[in-house]
Write a protein that binds this ligand. Structure first.
Ligand code: SF4
Length: 329
């Protein structure tokens, strides 16, 4: 079995040299830039990250610059990318790196805040020249197809494929790591739509030979999202709008957003101007939101009342609230 994996390395590297996309994080690579791009790319599409990455790096070109920034500045620069705990982790990691230098081992990189096995593998392979596989769902998909491997695509599969890849890692560690990701991103696509004719492995791939590309990977059963019905209030009082900083333990903890309630009577807050329904998917929860745009008669003490300009400049409003932002713009 390992022979097939070994035979797959060189064609993949040759294909990558010719076909890799021109992505901003592939220029001027350093451990810090890979840390930034990998954290941004966790759970976020490449297209959505491209511009934000360039803007973020021009604002914080080094770990020291990021370490010196305030949390609010960092969250503001992260606005729109979602999953804000990544931004906080990146900020904490930058402080460690600014103090102690960038780690040089897998264990050291893995110990940075926000860095899991996959991200540690990517940073070590791409920026440190270490044979450290980065196996995510995309890599499991291409390998289960190459090997016609019917195992369940779960965490255990990631660990096992990681160990097997390590044995065949070539000296071009970064190119190999990125080539695996790239093949999954642009050729061996999910949802039964692999572009086998464009694939450097089409002569090797067992799933392709059997015409069974769509059989793999065998997916682990997904846990259903919990549905929460919530009321979102966009309260306007004169030139100001009500924000709350979300509590620890809540979704979007630490972020500023519009007040959210499980149960409340919107009419008790003022005159209802508009109502809009929207939903937002978190990893394990679905918010079914009913948003009310309300003109309040007076500011209430428990909210932070901010002007439109202050909100635009200072507070990163999470994407979950985007459907209602139009009311304050
Ligand atoms: S030949 Fe097709 S199924 Fe096999 S790895 Fe390539 S794109 Fe995926």
């Amino acid at each position: 079995m390992e022979t097939l994996l070994r035979d797959a390395v060189l064609p993949l590297l040759a294909w990558f040299r010719e076909n890799k996309r021109d992505l901003p994080w592939r220029k001027n690579v350093s451990p810090y830039t890979v840390l930034v791009s990998e954290l941004m790319l966790q759970q976020t599409r490449v297209e959505a990250v491209k511009e934000r990455y360039v803007a973020f790096l021009s604002r914080f070109p080094t770990a020291e610059a990021l370490a010196d920034a305030s949390e609010e500045e960092v969250l503001k620069a992260w606005e729109g990318l979602g999953y804000y705990s990544r931004a906080r982790n990146l900020h904490r990691a930058a402080k460690i790196v600014a103090r102690e230098g960038f780690p040089t081992t897998w264990e050291g990189v893995r110990a940075l805040p926000g860095v899991g096995d996959y991200t540690a593998g990517a940073i070590c392979s791409i920026a440190l020249g270490l044979a450290a596989p980065a196996v995510d769902g995309n890599v499991v998909r291409i390998l289960t197809r190459l090997l016609a491997d019917g195992r369940c695509a779960d965490e255990r599969a990631k660990r096992e494929f990681s160990a097997r890849l390590k044995e065949v890692y070539p000296p071009e560690t970064g190119a190999f790591c990125e080539a695996l990701m790239e093949l999954g991103a642009i050729v061996c696509l999910p949802n039964g739509a692999p572009l086998c004719e464009a694939c450097p492995w089409r002569g090797l791939c067992r799933a392709h030979a059997a015409g069974e590309e769509t059989r793999y990977p065998v997916l682990a059963e997904k846990r259903a999202r919990r549905i929460e019905e919530v009321t979102v209030l966009v309260l306007q009082c004169g030139e100001r709008y009500a924000l709350v900083r979300r509590e620890k333990g809540e979704l979007l903890a630490g972020m500023y957003g519009f007040p959210v309630f499980k149960e409340t009577d919107p009419a008790a807050y003022g005159e209802i101007l508009e109502v809009r329904k929207a939903k937002f998917l978190f990893t394990h929860v679905e918010w079914r939101m009913t948003g009310y745009f309300i003109r309040a008669l007076r500011p209430f003490g428990e909210f932070l009342w901010a002007t439109r300009e202050e909100i635009g400049a200072r507070y990163a409003i999470p994407s979950a609230f985007r459907p209602f932002r139009a009311w304050i713009l």
